[in-house]
Design a protein. Sequence first.
Length: 471
Amino acid sequence: MNRILTLFITLVTLLAACTPSVPKSVPSSAAWSAAPGGNARFETPLVRNPTGTDERGLGSTSQLAHPLLLEGGLHAQAVSSGAEMVARAQRWVDLGIEYDQSSWFEGYRQDCSGFVSMAWGLDSSAVTGTLKNYAFEVSKDQLEPGDIFNNQGVGNDGHVVMFKAWLDAGAGRFAAFEQNGGYGHMVQTTLTLVKQGGGWTLKEYQPYAPGPYVFQRSSARAAGSAGVVLPVPQGPAGSVDASKSLSLNWSAAQGVSGLGVFISKYPYGAANLVFAREDLAPSTSELILSPSSFRAPGEIRYRWNMVAFGRDGSERYTSALNFTLKDRPSAAPALSGPMLVSVFDGQCLDVAGGSRDEGARVLAWPCHGAGNQRLRLESLGGEQVRLIAQHSGSCLALPVGAGVGDRVVQRRCTGGAGQQFALERFGDAFRLKNPASGLCLDEFVPAGKVSGDIGAWSCHAGANQLWRERP
């Protein structure tokens, strides 16, 4: 039996290789626009539907009884919105999920087809050759955000990328999401679609994985009822203070007759359901609960998602969020420091949501003076400093080998090169340059957005790279 299992795992790995050996390219600034429809302030760990499986997404669902937890195959495709597919893809980019065919993140394999499976909300991680079982083909002119370009070859000959938007449709240039071994982690890229015989290929990968590439759309999008918009759970996720009321909140639903909310405890599944309510009005966008009303003795891990009741009697289920109840939040270290205010728009450097988590995003956000906006500028000698967040004691950091477009996140202070910045003075302001990469901290603010991520960009004297201290 162990030998058979080993052979099976080897076959799946070969089918899902997704590793065109391409040199790392730099996404254009236009390609780094924020995911649509969301407030980047709140990190949303979108995960697969609860199925009673373990935390890697392995195991059987055949014993489950509740329809929420029974979905399999196409029926498990909770994501029917292209905007949500793009938002889920953007989250893997923001988290810098590493490429690793033998690793799983929130139930999905960390390769190209595993990423698409996550973005589409599949019940398990498909491979390039089986994604067609969850999709139908569309033409180039019909492409929409969330569709995929799928080279269904085996092993390193196969690859799949997700379409985000045309940058120049006439020239075939588009913004894409992909998980690619050539980069080593999840990225957003700019690719070029070109004709190849009677089909299509990607110019950048033509020497390595020529295809052909077919255009495919998730079957869940075709199955969606006209005028129906499912709610998208937005919080809570991650660590939650068990002593405070819990706010389950979600985006607005349309075209439905009612909503329901379910919470299950680890290892999740119908047998572990601890809360269910199915009488919420369709206009509801929040449910306040006391953790004591559902908390199981000794258990801190929970998962929640929703059902939308259709006017035709149908039931459709949303993606799910995991959260952990914490009895005593970690005490903040006794640090103090100023706020760093952008000369560009007067907003402050901010660790998103006051998170203490490793890898939490760093944003520009309206100044409020709380600990997640106060930074201790610890001298490393000369004009070099590291930036330590007061609320967490962690450092603001760029990834090792940072390139243009890489985001700043919160990391445990190690003294690494990605955590070192030189203060370069410009009158009463300064910019923060990372000596290891030669790049400067830059405020990315897409048009029409209140806030934007902080990342690395080629140094210039523009206002979105200049900062002032505020007590």
